[in-house]
Design a protein around this ligand. Sequence first.
Ligand code: AMP
Length: 399
Amino acid sequence: MNILVINCGSSSLKFQVIDTDNGNVLAKGLCERIGIDGAITYENVRDKGGKVKQETQIEDHKKAISLVLDALTDPRGGVIRSLKEIGAVGHRIVHGGEKFTKSVVITDEVIAAIREVSDLAPLHNPANLTGIQACQALMPDTPMVAVFDTAFHQTMPPKAYMYAIPLHYYEDYKIRRYGFHGTSHAFVSREVAKYIGKDASELKTIVCHLGNGASVSAVQYGKCVDTSMGLTPLEGLIMGTRSGDLDPAVVDYIASKENTDAAGVLQILNKKSGVEGLSGGLSSDFRDLWKARNNGDKKAELALDAWAYRVAKYIGAYTAAMNGVDVIAFTAGVGENDSASRALVMQYLGYLGITLDEEANNVRGDIAEISTKDSKVRVFVFPTNEELAIAQETYELVK
Ligand code: AMP
């Protein structure tokens, strides 16, 4: 079945058409600067058509979806003859709160429930809803599925998801840890198990999703028992521009020194911190940081060392949480492509009986076992594929 996968941001919309019979991507692309001016980039992957970018006015998400559907059905570059060839649409939804523990077929009640938890992701959920409504307007007879970033982590026990703050904040406002990147953690933990001929229900797995945003999860016998992101994606690892864990008193302290408020500081912690902040504003991109480090830049060295140390600490914590670990998987932009950053993390894992296979680690964007044969824990590079995971979940619900 052909599934249209939609990932809608406030001013952008990413899309892919995936044939779930074989996992092949037929077409993909991106609408940018929606509501500002606009551009659509479209790639016919099936026929190796290359990327075509067209600047055009995109006043809202409905216009963006209509441009996407036009491109998909265009007699020249399109990959389908009519919209009837799209069996369903899978929408990535950032926050499902506690309501959604798995993907669901979208109904009016589901839309209302996504709106209800929008307080928890005020930048993302409204944009996701706009994408759903735009698709419904243009494809009223096509079933739609919501796939939540938070759903996979809903199996965390209260001891892992509760913050030690007055209980009524949880009861009244649902303040707790939710976790994100759930589709990726679910996909990688399941697929890496399959790859080694096991079922996820037999393994204790730590998934390190290390991209610009980054999180670690502890997946015990197929269920997430802990993950590093919290109420928002700010908690946990040092990321491209996010600080990750810090003493909350820092917020007030910076606010008073810099004459700003909590919202101003949170903006800095989300957008100007992480490896970019630590490197003195050099870059959030690990390629730039390694280049600088290899040229003797001490700030880049500090940023990468602190980043790796934090990842290693979480691996240690999650090994304790599960009383052991069988498999560690590195995924996402840095995890899949950056052998030097993986090696920095692996330096800390000797106590687990892990030795890095340096030759095997010299891999980019491919599945590879990067621990030596005699290691006690198997470590893998395992590319994530969130779009394929969304397409598969969608297919399972509508087939
Ligand atoms: P993601 O958020 O998963 O798309 O990851 C994006 C990040 O991956 C970028 O900011 C880069 O820091 C990193 N990245 C991508 N390709 C490479 C590469 N070849 N070497 C090192 N880092 C990379």
